[in-house]
Ligand binder design. Structure first.
Ligand code: CUA
Length: 183
């Protein structure tokens, strides 16, 4: 579907390029006064330059402010720290049940080779991820917004048992309620 769209866009762009070449080659024979053309395109170039710079500044400001590198704003004491260790071929976690709305910091490392720590929701949507590397601890901050069963999957091919590295974790509703909210 997307590939077809990409093909169509490519064909249209190639056709447009061809048209431009055709027009230029037809005009090439004619003599024209160069001065006004130069002035006109210098003006257009200046406007183009200013618009490009504005777009880039805007995009930089908007995208930088959304980088997930900031620390959680909550007081450090309210952040739940969870230790995660990757092994060939399973995950070991200091905690496997969580509560909606509690900010969590996963401290992710590996006890053998590099694994990929990925948190997926029930629709197999990736919510957060980092590398699980031997000798390092990578921190991921995440706050679950819905109760339910989530899955930890390995995102880095780590040898024959890679696909077995699945761990289910449970997120319970706030206020210590029952698990009916997850359905
Ligand atoms: Cu661990 Cu793939």
């Amino acid at each position: 579907m997307l590939q077809q769209l990409a093909w169509m866009i490519t064909i249209v762009l190639v056709a447009m390029l061809g048209l431009v070449f055709l027009i230029i080659s037809r005009k090439a024979g004619r003599r024209m006064d160069y001065q006004p053309i130069q002035e006109k395109w210098y003006r257009i170039r200046k406007i183009w330059f200013i618009s490009l710079v504005s777009v880039m500044v805007l995009a930089t400001v908007l995208s930088l402010s959304r980088l997930p590198y900031d620390q959680p704003t909550e007081a450090a004491s309210s952040v739940k720290e969870v230790d995660v260790k990757g092994y060939q071929f399973y995950w070991e976690m200091s905690q496997e049940e969580f509560i909606v709305g509690e900010p969590i910091q996963f401290n992710v490392t590996s006890m053998d080779v590099t694994h990929g720590f990925g948190i997926y929701d029930e629709n197999f949507q990736l919510l957060a991820q980092t590398q699980a590397m031997p000798g390092y601890t990578n921190k991921v901050h995440y706050t679950f917004e819905k109760p339910g069963t989530y899955q930890i999957l390995c995102l880095e091919y780590c040898s024959v048992g890679h696909h077995q590295m699945i761990k289910k974790i449970v997120v319970k509703p706030k206020n210590g309620g029952s698990e009916h909210g997850g359905k």
